[in-house]
Write a protein that binds this ligand. Structure first.
Ligand code: GDD
Ligand code: MN
Length: 369
């Protein structure tokens, strides 16, 4: 084993969530392929219940190239990578998955391209000659193709594999736009291309996406939703926070729920309008609360008793929001009598209020003493 005495040239950032079985293998493989390069390996672990961070620390005691950044009460692949990339002084930084699906043997080639050519990013690509996705089922393959096409549209660069999670970048490029990255979801590379002020000079190198070594994939429906949010955000611009967009979309779904309950209760169950309307409001607030907890605040989801407290504060905040909505709308209506505009203004005030208040009181960050 070699001991580093100089600052690293290359930092490999590996995000982990329940990858305890894989971390040992990665270190061994990097030792082999990166011989002759000054490198460091930084695992960014979101407090995996399987003890990945503990395992990495044990490895780090024997190998000073290895480090761990353990984040508590947080989740998210992109944000983990960003924090890792900002935690190193290396001029070249790579992102690679922990499950050995990415081909680490490509790293030295990526580095030499970056060092010898005027390039900002080198990307491991599955969709150019010589690359491949291995044994994906038809559904996963077609989903990946769709997401790829949407992504290509967003960034206006001729990238064959914008969804790649395997790339190396000049650290400065990342530092230049770190503040404006959306940091949501899985697609850091796409985020980087969409955020960087000028076009990025890139090159794609083929590799074959391998089957996962151990453990299981964390890519689920919520990840698709986050991808959609990131696309919307890049499209509307950085002024609107992603969570606000999610909150508003879910709010719109609440209108449907409201109408459905109102109709069922008023028309089918024959209750008074007041009872039906109150019931519909409460049900819509409740479904909104749970959907926001599942998606908008996926990374700081409330559980157990917190869920009850959260629900209560959400209903309380939104009730005040509803009053503000009605107040503003009727005030405008009296002044100008444009009913559609008055209603929209009222809704806007209500949504902004609900979002701002629940962000602070319902999903407040856990107190870490
Ligand atoms: N810190 C942290 N926090 N790491 C995470 C999290 C998280 O919330 N979620 C996933 N990871 C880590 C995993 O431990 C793994 O090392 C890596 O991120 C990729 O996660 P997988 O669950 O294995 O994702 P995948 O194989 O389905 O997706 C990969 O392929 C896609 C291409 O289709 C990723 O490389 C994607 O970035 C890539 O787009
Ligand atoms: Mn994987």
């Amino acid at each position: 084993m070699s001991t580093p005495c100089r600052a690293p040239t290359l930092a490999v950032v590996v995000p982990t969530y329940n990858e305890a079985e894989n971390v040992v293998v990665i270190v061994e493989r990097l030792e082999r392929v990166l011989a002759g390069i000054d490198w460091e390996l930084l695992f960014v672990d979101d407090d995996s219940p399987d003890g990945t961070a503990r395992r990495v620390r044990a490895l780090a005691r024997a190998n000073p190239r290895v480090r761990v950044l353990q984040r508590i009460g947080r989740r998210g692949l992109s944000s983990a990578c960003i924090e890792g990339l900002l935690a190193t002084s290396a001029p070249y930084v790579a992102v690679m998955d922990a499950d050995l699906q990415h081909d680490e043997a490509l790293l030295p080639t990526m580095l030499s391209h970056l060092q010898s050519e005027p390039l900002d990013v080198v990307i491991g690509s599955r969709y150019i000659a010589g690359g491949g996705v291995g044994d994906w089922d038809a559904q996963r393959a077609s989903m990946s193709r769709l997401a790829t096409r949407l992504g290509q549209r967003l960034i206006k660069a001729e990238l064959k594999d914008p969804m790649s999670g395997f790339f190396m970048v000049r650290a400065e490029v990342l530092q230049d736009c770190a503040r404006n990255l959306s940091g949501v979801g899985y697609k850091l590379l796409l985020d980087l291309f969409a955020t960087h002020p000028g076009p990025l000079r890139f090159r794609e190198l083929p590799y074959r996406f391998r089957p996962r070594q151990a453990g299981e994939s964390k890519l689920d429906e919520a990840v698709l939703w986050e991808y959609l949010l990131m696309l919307i955000q890049k499209w509307v611009g950085p002024m609107l926070p992603v969570r606000f967009i999610a909150f508003s979309l879910i709010g719109a779904s609440g209108v449907l729920v409201h109408m459905l309950v109102l109709w069922t209760s008023f028309k089918l169950a024959d209750t008074s309008f007041l009872v039906a309307q109150s019931l519909a409001t409460l049900v819509a607030m409740t479904t909104n609360f749970f959907l926001n907890n599942l998606f908008t605040y996926r990374d700081m989801r409330l559980r157990g008793w917190d869920l009850l407290r959260g629900w209560f504060s959400f209903v309380l905040a939104c009730s005040v929001g509803a009053l503000a909505n009605v107040g503003v709308a009727s005030w405008l209506f009296e002044a100008h009598s444009f009913w559609v505009l008055s209603a929209l203004a009222g809704i806007l005030v209500g949504v902004v209020w609900n979002y701002a208040v629940t962000a602070v009181y319902t999903w407040k960050r856990p107190q870490t003493a």
